[in-house]
Ligand binder design. Structure first.
Ligand code: SAH
Length: 432
């Protein structure tokens, strides 16, 4: 999925191509040999993933054409910024007007938005974020798949249910064949074009072993691979990039070094940030963010988290609520308020209106079944579906009762597509 619409290559300059989609031009990085002007391609996350024969592309485009414009129109209708501003104070209005014009807000102004209290004001914040999402990025919504291939982890993060200290957890480690089969099903049966491979920090999956796996996936399939295996080391990052990984999902969890050290005994925020900085230098697409509602975290921390994600060149912001797990040191704490979660997504959109993909996380869906729609109407434009074989999912218990754990892949796809259709969104990724 991410049913990327085929596009036609218009120009080629070194590694960059311009691609036409029904008149819209997008740029993408090409790593395919022999690509020519006039070829039809699929792009994901700004990378050309594969080319396809012209007749096939044309028949897909014929099916898409009408829907493409219909969805855009519906999105336009749903994301209008009406001038209704009942109950909104003058300062808030001024800041949101400035945001709607696409002007950069000062940190204090963003902070003001995160801490808005009245329902009218928050409503206008979400609408402004949604307006900006459409204005700059149109109606495309990324739908990536995630495969959680091992729940073994050597770390002891205080919030996490697969922490090494959770000795009661039934753990699993998928074999290479099981992973390759899960990838095959996601890509060949269900049409996913971007996959995240996630695990705990499992010493069994060394960088060379992961590299071999990624190389094999790239030999067999056309898809964009994101790694999410924790701190694999700077050499490991290079090795996995060389093997064909092009994205990394690595949250810094919190931008407050003290809170970080408290929640991750023996680890430093700086090490994690070093990975993210190096990953960007190497060329990875960066997906990062933090946990919302950690005990001891303040709204000021959340502002700093958003600013840090931007500074780290996040191409996708991944911010989700902390959900307490009963077998961790943070058991007994509360999940954050839904408005704080939505406010974070909206503020992230306003902080990076033109480029960011903003994810509605499964954790958010776990604390609020209406999260996807709410998030997508508050600036978000990305979701991830769990394509781990169902028999393993319960054991990847980072927190309990994760949303969609018991839904098969076709069911998840169907509900996602129908939600997106209803909101005028297209499950596509048209490149940069
Ligand atoms: N080993 C990888 C993947 C970790 S699990 C890594 O280090 O990046 C993926 C994410 O789950 C973590 O980054 C964390 O933000 C989130 N997570 C863990 N425990 C959680 C909890 N109790 N509530 C919400 N999210 C949690």
């Amino acid at each position: 999925m991410c049913y990327a619409i085929p596009g036609r290559v218009e120009t080629i300059e070194d590694r960059y191509v311009t691609v036409d989609y029904f008149g819209e031009k997008k740029r993408a990085i090409n790593e395919l040999d022999g690509l020519k002007i006039g070829d039809y391609i699929y792009a994901q996350g700004g990378f050309v993933i594969q080319s396809l024969p012209e007749p096939e592309a044309k028949s897909i485009l014929a099916v898409w054409k009408e829907t493409f414009f219909e969805l855009q129109e519906m999105d336009l209708r749903l994301s209008r910024l009406d001038t209704e501003s009942k109950g909104v104070d003058a300062k808030t209005l001024r800041i949101l007007d400035k945001a709607a014009e696409g002007r950069e807000l000062k940190p204090e102004e963003l902070y003001h938005l995160i801490t808005l209290e009245t329902p009218y004001e928050r409503e206008l914040l979400y609408k402004t974020a949604n307006f900006l999402r459409r204005k700059y990025l149109g109606n495309s919504c990324c739908v990536h798949g995630i495969i959680e291939f091992s729940s073994f982890c050597k770390r002891n993060c205080h919030y996490c249910g697969i922490s090494t200290n959770h000795t009661g957890l039934k753990r699993y480690r998928m074999t290479d064949d099981e992973i390759l089969d899960a990838v095959r099903e996601a890509v060949e049966v269900h049409g996913f074009q971007a996959l995240v491979l996630q695990s705990g920090e499992d010493p069994e999956f060394s960088a060379p072993k992961l590299a071999e796996l990624i190389r094999e996936i790239k030999r067999r399939h056309h898809c964009l691979i994101f790694i999410s295996v924790g701190e694999i080391g700077i050499d490991g990052l290079k090795e996995l990039y060389d093997a064909g990984a092009r994205g990394i999902l690595l949250r810094f969890e919190t931008s407050d070094p003290e809170l970080y050290a408290k929640l991750h005994p023996g680890s430093l925020l700086e090490t994690r940030l070093e990975h993210l900085r190096k990953a960007f230098e190497i060329g990875y697409l960066i997906v990062t963010g933090g946990l919302i509602g950690l005990p001891g975290q303040t709204p000021r921390d959340i502002l700093n988290d958003i600013l840090l994600a931007k500074e780290l060149h996040a191409e996708m912001f991944s911010f989700g609520p902390f959900v307490p797990h009963p077998d961790t040191p943070l058991a007994g704490n509360n999940t954050p308020d839904v408005e704080l979660i939505l406010g974070t997504l909206a503020a992230a959109r306003i902080a990076d209106p033109e480029n960011a993909k903003i994810l509605v996380t499964t954790a958010f869906e776990t604390v609020d079944p209406g999260a996807r729609e709410k998030g997508l109407m508050a600036g978000a434009n990305s979701v991830m579906l769990n394509v781990t074989p169902e028999r393993f999912r319960e054991c990847y218990e980072i927190y309990p009762n994760r949303a969609h754990s018991h839904e098969g892949i076709p069911e998840q796809i169907e509900t996602t597509l129908s939600l997106l259709r209803g909101l005028g969104r297209a499950p596509t990724d048209l490149g940069v």
